[in-house]
Design a protein around this ligand. Structure first.
Ligand code: HSE
Length: 434
């Protein structure tokens, strides 16, 4: 294609599963991309750690280099796909300082150092794009940042980690225990050899911090996001939830809240019961979905593949086209919006329903004694279900509360643990979406 503009030089940092797909799409679809942008996107090089490593896609000779810094300094747009904090952070800073726009999929970096990097981009009139950092192929950053910028978002609930959704779904559909479902996830390539970041909720915690910062126009440090993983969830718990009409999902929940004096936000990641009728309950396998509740737009749901080389590359290419168009148009980047800076409240400010499962001795007066613990702490009980005791074993009580303040529920749990009739508080799980 003939264009009045010179080609835009694009540097790729990393040639893993996403990087190879980005390179392939850039090379295979170069004419189509040129028509969308208004000039050619020229892949000027791909920085890798090891030139001889095996790749998913045969890259043209001469594109690979181990000298990332020279590549960055000669480029208009830098795509960072190496992940982790360093050297990604230094290379993104170098790219911005050299006048390049940057596209990244690095959620850990954006969650931990977003304000620093956005501040630098803003100061230099550059732009940092990160659509692929949350929920892979699903467009969610741009809708939160731009499409819904004129609305007031009250709540976002997301299944933003495909690995844990796959494991929970597998436990539900086959009755497998956590260990077996994790092993299968590893065999299929969903879970890493060290699965900690996924199963302990760290990956979802980073994504929740990014979503909340955009939804509420506030800085949300990743450490302020309450986090619980899924390792304590049992197959029995999932079956019981299903029988009662609920699915168990690892949700990232970002919402407005109040501590009685101040309005603020609470951001949390934890296993959650949601009614089977809720759209998020229908998200199976390794898929992701983000459910947004906005004042004027109402309820919106964004659904799709949350990971995968080709799928994540789609989000990267979308950002690349935006970056290239902006590069041609000139002018300053779109500054990050943190004007509201709402206070981040602790998880104890959450108001929700809870399901508490207890093992209790099966004797006269036990139910009354347990009910009084809830009443004394201002938590109203909606339903109680008792499974009869087998021989000498304890009976199992499942208590569903009405909406209650998390700090009151914590007092209930402490008091239950001290109650002579309670053998064990087996689990406490929050219930959303009713
Ligand atoms: N490990 C992530 C997941 C993939 O399971 O969703 C990309 O963030």
């Amino acid at each position: 294609m003939q264009s009045a503009y010179r080609p835009i030089r694009v540097a790729l940092l990393g040639a893993g599963s996403v990087g190879s797909q980005v390179a392939r799409l850039l090379l295979e679809n170069s004419e189509e991309l040129a028509s969308r942008v208004g000039t050619t996107l020229e892949l000027s090089g791909i920085a890798v750690r090891n030139l001889d490593a095996k790749r998913d896609f045969d890259l043209p000779e001469g594109l690979l280099t181990e000298d990332a810094e020279s590549l960055i300094l000669g480029s208009d747009i830098v795509i960072e796909l190496i992940g982790g904090i360093e050297p990604a952070r230094s290379w993104i800073k170098l790219a911005l300082e050299s006048g390049a726009d940057v596209v990244t999929a690095n959620k850990a970096l954006i969650a931990a150092h977003g304000p620093e990097l956005f501040g630098l981009a803003d100061q230099l009139g550059a732009q940092l794009y990160f659509e692929a950092a949350v929920a892979g192929a699903i467009p969610i950053i741009r809708p939160l940042r731009e499409s819904l910028a004129g609305d007031k978002i009250n709540r976002v609930m997301g299944i933003v980690n495909g690995t844990t959704n796959f494991i929970l779904d597998r436990m539900e559909s086959t009755g497998a225990d956590f260990g077996d479902a994790l092993e299968l996830a590893q065999k299929l390539g969903y879970a890493e050899a060290d699965p900690t970041a996924d199963i302990e909720g760290f990956d979802a915690q980073s994504k929740a911090s990014i979503i909340a910062s955009l939804a509420f126009h506030s800085e949300v440090p990743v450490e302020s996001v309450y986090r619980e993983g899924i390792t304590k969830i049992t197959a029995q718990q999932i079956t019981a939830a299903r029988t009662a009409g609920y699915a168990v999902k690892l949700l990232a929940i970002c919402e407005r809240a109040s501590n009685g004096e101040k309005e603020g936000i609470v951001i949390r990641v934890h296993p959650t019961l949601i009614p089977l009728s809720h759209p998020l309950a229908a998200v199976r396998g390794a898929y992701n979905a983000v459910f947004v509740e906005a004042e004027s737009a109402g309820e919106l749901m964004f659904y799709g593949a949350g990971a995968g080389g080709k799928e994540t590359a789609s989000a990267i290419l979308g950002d690349l086209v935006s970056a290239a168009k902006r590069h041609l148009a000139g002018g300053p980047g779109l500054a990050d919006s943190t004007h509201a800076n709402l206070e981040i409240l602790p998880v104890q400010s959450v108001v929700t329903r809870f399901q508490i499962t207890l093992e209790v001795s099966d004797e006269a007066g036990v139910l009354a004694s347990i009910a009084s613990v809830f009443a004394e702490n201002g938590v109203s009980v909606e339903t109680v279900h008792q499974s009869p005791a087998d021989k000498d074993a304890a009976a199992v009580l499942t208590v569903m509360t009405h909406v209650a303040l998390e700090s009151d529920l914590e007092k209930v749990v402490v008091a239950l643990s001290k109650n002579m009739a309670v053998v064990n508080v087996k689990s406490v799980i929050r219930v959303e979406g009713l």
